[in-house]
Design a protein around this ligand. Structure first.
Ligand SMILES: Nc1ncnc2c1ncn2[C@@H]1O[C@H](COP(=O)(O)OP(=O)(O)OP(=O)(O)O)[C@@H](O)[C@H]1O
Ligand SMILES: [Mg+2]
Length: 153
């Protein structure tokens, strides 16, 4: 596990850029955190690091956004906030997305039972007006490598 303290939104985006540059298809990134914790702010950096120029927005209402890298590889951005049941969650086609792209999931705790075990789980929490604690927990070989590479980046 790693813990990072972010002092402002730009700092959170910078972390996202570094991590986004390391992502590749098959990677699952779970972003847990309360309203305003910085999940979407972090995702703006992730999309930039991924190499996408697409605008990042909160997918709360459409549930899945896609940001395309220069070579068209998609970074999916999903929000599980409105998922009502696990059967509904099973219909999302996470595996299909992970087969072609990387996936960022907000409110992952709502569908935790159906998530792949291999994932990098980030928890963002408020420490003050502009202060956020971000913890990163890897499970599986690939997520551990991501975390190692990130600490060198
Ligand atoms: N260190 C920080 N990191 C990220 N955001 C910060 C930080 N300090 C202040 N903020 C502000 O907190 C807000 C974070 O909003 P953001 O939309 O990223 O949160 P969210 O976790 O996606 O919330 P929601 O669940 O409502 O979508 C922004 O207004 C941002 O400017
Ligand atoms: Mg958001």
């Amino acid at each position: 596990m790693q813990t990072i303290y972010s002092h402002n939104p730009a700092h959170t985006r910078e972390l996202g850029r570094k991590l986004g540059a390391l992502l590749r298809p098959g990677d699952l990134l779970c972003l847990q955190g309360d309203l305003g914790a910085g999940k979407t702010t972090l995702t703006q950096g992730l999309a930039e690091g991924w190499g996408s120029r697409d605008a990042v927005s909160s997918p709360t209402f459409v549930m899945v956004n896609q940001y395309r890298a220069a070579d068209d590889t998609p970074l999916y951005h999903m929000d599980a906030y409105r998922i009502e049941s696990l059967p509904e969650a099973e219909q999302l086609g996470l595996d299909d997305m992970l087969a072609v792209g990387a996936l960022i999931l907000e409110w992952p705790e709502r569908i935790e039972p159906i998530l792949p075990q291999e994932r990098l789980w980030l928890t963002l929490s408020h420490q003050g007006e502009n202060e956020r604690q971000i913890t990163l927990r890897a499970s599986g070989a690939r997520p551990h490598k991501l975390l190692n590479d990130l600490s060198l980046a």
